[in-house]
Design a binder for this molecule. Structure first.
Ligand SMILES: [Fe+2]
Ligand SMILES: [Fe+2]
Length: 305
């Protein structure tokens, strides 16, 4: 049954009026399942992104940078915790079951974390532009129909805005630094351009779950709408501001259509990476297992598991 045909107790009417719903209400099973898939994906992404980011605490070039990136890593782990707890309120899976999914390698998460952050410029780029992209996505989701998710995201977005500032500060210092630093920044942008645009997910025509999520009001803007908004309001203006060359010669703004046009992205590659064939999929899996095993003593000391 499609989500549009479900209107038990006028539930769909309420969603269409833009109402937000609480977990204590009689929510259709299909709604809970769609919300579970989306929020669990988001929570997993926070964990998978955070684990390799820890490495930059040691490698950051100054005490000030180390402090900022430590705070970011701590925030991201907190975001995962908030989001798993939000997902738990749907009553379908416990937090432990979701962690188990993640450790078994079955769980989906944002593809962008299957690429390697090679240099310090990459660490700054990720904080500025990947967290920046996440801000656009999550900012729209503060209007999501699932009230606990919308509330959680308001806190998360507040912290994300600091991550973006921290990232931009790194970008600024590289862009105004030595020739070598400027080249390092350009190299980061060249490598991350495509994964960043793909961060918003498949094109609207190819997205499997999008219509259902939009119907339920769980998602409020489409992947393509968010991609355009990000290009227009943040990505292109920031790259121009810092004198970075945009690595797509065919990029232009179509005045009539009111949108940015860019060279076709490699969506076959995107699918391959999401199915496990990206450069860092295996390393990310190992990292999760190692982190879980290394922290057995913490869970024991805290009296859990
Ligand atoms: Fe986050
Ligand atoms: Fe973040």
């Amino acid at each position: 049954m499609s989500s549009t045909t479900i209107n038990r107790d006028g539930f769909r009417d309420r969603i269409e009026r833009g109402e937000q719903v609480e977990p204590t209400e009689n929510l259709p099973r299909e709604y809970r399942e769609a919300a579970q898939r989306m929020i669990q994906f988001h929570a997993n992404s926070e964990i998978v992104g955070t684990l390799p980011e820890r490495r930059w605490i040691k490698k950051a070039p100054s005490l000030r940078r180390k402090r900022a990136i430590s705070a970011k890593v701590q925030d991201e782990a907190g975001h995962a915790q908030v989001l798993y707890r939000v997902a738990e309120t749907l009553g379908l899976k416990t937090r432990d079951e979701m962690i188990e999914d993640l450790l078994e390698g079955d769980a989906k998460y944002a593809n962008v974390f299957n690429y390697e952050a090679k240099t310090w410029a990459d660490a700054g780029y990720i904080a500025c532009f990947i967290d920046g992209a996440a801000m656009f996505r999550q900012g729209s989701l503060t209007e999501s129909s699932y009230a606990p998710y919308a509330r959680g995201l308001r806190k998360i977005c507040y912290e994300e805005s600091f991550h973006v500032k921290h990232g931009e500060d790194i970008i600024r210092s590289l862009a105004t630094g030595s020739k070598k630093e400027q080249e390092m920044l350009q190299d980061a942008v060249d490598r991350w351009w495509e994964p960043t645009l793909q961060f918003f997910g498949p094109r609207d025509d190819d997205s499997v779950h999008q219509d259902e999520l939009m119907d339920w009001g769980l998602k409020v803007k489409t992947n393509d709408e968010l991609r355009q908004q990000f290009l227009e309001e943040f990505y292109i203006p920031k790259l121009e501001q810092y004198g970075v060359e945009i690595p797509d010669d065919d990029l232009y703004y179509d005045e009539e259509a009111g949108r940015w046009e860019y060279s076709p992205l490699d969506w076959d590659r995107f699918l391959e990476v999401s199915r496990g064939g990206g450069p860092m999929n295996d390393a990310r899996m190992d990292e999760r297992t190692r982190a879980y095993e290394d922290n057995v003593w913490v869970r024991r000391a805290a009296g859990v598991n």
